[in-house]
Design a protein. Structure first.
Ligand SMILES: Cc1ncc(COP(=O)(O)O)c(C=O)c1O
Length: 424
């Protein structure tokens, strides 16, 4: 039996997570399928920012570092994010960007390996990893005399040889939504003497992660995607507690000092997680990030990350079924894994031509996804992210309805839809 609009409505009625949508300000008439790039605005954020601006900054002035506890924000929000990724309180801090945090942890991992096994000089990663991860690894490889070795996802485990110092991967692939088995790859890396560094940019807040149970070594992640922290929100960084005593912070700024307000001329790393900090925290961005993280913690009484994961999979599965059922014959290919166990929270399609223009035509009709150029020679990608906190099953129906309309009318062929903007 083909699925109908009423089936989708019934799924929404039965959805125990449906009330969480009220936490967001979503524009009318928009189906937002890009929370994997920039999460939606939580309704609490504008008032909280106003308070931070007018009361804490305006009236409190410099006193707010103590009185409004600004100085504790990196740890306080870090403890909240820790609950989403299987870390313990005090193990994770919010700081800088994902790129900068990756620099810190990859540098630390390579230094640890240099002390233990100086012959291990390879950073192993996936060719289709997010470019910033590869660029950061390239610069560290250059500075530390190492080699960055890039392979396809299915070649990684076999390539963990005695030369590999660090396995550096992004848990969910940004283009395809393909999910790595973090526990298995970390275990294999350890068995063969390598450390495992994970980028959780597309996992934190979307896919259950248990950093301590998987025994990962280091992890970083993004604040502005599924954590709904706002454009350019600060990122997070975690290190397994076994590394904390030895972890050297390559960006030894004063906020990572054991006692910043001693103003001592010599750097002395703070105990534990605080040593991953570098400079002054961006308070307004941190305040917005905390509102975003709170929208996820609000799901805890309703089943937390496992319940969100269940809905996320149901949404991407429904999208695939509706696209298969209704959009056949229009040249679309499914690029995200069909197997639930291998798929993150996004559903991506390819088409030989027109991917960019189709996405633009959809955006004009209120269905906001995005476009990513295909990997060297492969077709381009129409990318749709599904945020279970605020998407309804009916939204999936509406998105496919618009996709079908764009394809049938061929409106996307109008030249205006092919004009490239700076950000895709
Ligand atoms: C996997 C991954 N890592 C890192 C980033 C971005 O890092 P940054 O916040 O430093 O720009 C992205 C951005 O989309 C990403 O997808």
């Amino acid at each position: 039996m083909p699925l109908t609009r009423d089936d989708c409505l019934a799924l929404d009625v039965a959805d125990a997570l449906a009330p969480l949508r009220k936490q967001f300000e979503l524009p009318a008439g928009v189906v937002y399928l890009d929370g994997n790039s920039l999460g939606a605005l939580p309704s609490a954020t504008p008032a909280r920012l106003q308070q931070a601006l007018r009361d804490e900054w305006g009236r409190g002035l410099i006193r707010s570092w103590n009185d409004a506890h600004w100085i504790d924000l990196p740890q306080r929000i870090g403890d909240k994010i820790a609950r989403l990724v299987g870390a313990a309180p005090g193990e994770l801090v919010v700081a800088d960007s994902t790129s900068v945090n990756l620099y810190k942890v990859l540098s630390a991992a390579l230094d640890l390996q240099r002390q233990r096994s100086p012959d291990r000089r390879v950073v192993l990663s996936e060719r289709s990893n997010f470019p910033t991860d590869l660029y950061i690894a390239q610069s560290l490889a250059r500075d530390k005399g190492c080699e960055l070795r890039l392979l396809q996802a299915d070649q990684l485990a076999a390539a963990l040889d005695e030369q590999v110092a660090v396995l550096m991967l992004t848990h969910v692939n940004y283009r395809t939504g393909q999910l790595h088995d973090m526990a298995a790859l970390t275990r294999q890396a350890h068995e063969r003497g390598a450390l495992a560094v994970w980028d959780l940019a597309h996992s934190a807040g979307a896919v259950p992660v248990d950093l301590n149970a998987t025994d990962a070594d280091f992890a970083v992640g993004c604040g502005y995607k599924y954590l709904n922290g706002g454009p350019g929100a600060p990122a997070f960084v975690w290190a397994h507690r076994r590394h904390v005593p030895q972890f050297e912070q390559p960006l030894s700024g004063w906020m990572g000092h054991a006692s910043p307000f001693e103003f001592a001329p010599e750097y002395r790393a703070a105990n534990g997680v605080a040593r991953y900090l570098c400079g002054t925290p961006p308070v307004l961005s941190m305040v917005a990030l905390e509102c975003g993280v709170d929208t996820l913690l609000a799901a805890e009484p309703l089943g937390g990350m496992p319940a969100l994961r269940g809905k996320s999979l149901a949404l991407t599965r429904l999208f695939r079924e509706l696209v298969d059922q209704r959009c056949g014959g229009h040249g679309l290919q499914w690029v995200s894994p069909r197997d639930d166990a291998l798929r993150g929270s996004q559903a991506c399609l390819t088409r030989e031509s027109g991917a960019y223009a189709i996405v633009q035509a959809l955006i004009e009709r209120g269905v906001i996804g995005d476009f990513r150029a295909g990997e060297s020679g492969s077709p381009d990608i129409l990318r749709f992210g599904f945020t279970p906190l605020y998407l309804r099953y009916l939204d999936v129906w509406d998105a496919v309805e618009q996709l079908l309309a764009v394809l049938v009318s061929a409106v996307w062929r109008e030249p205006r839809f092919s004009r490239r903007t700076a950000v895709t």
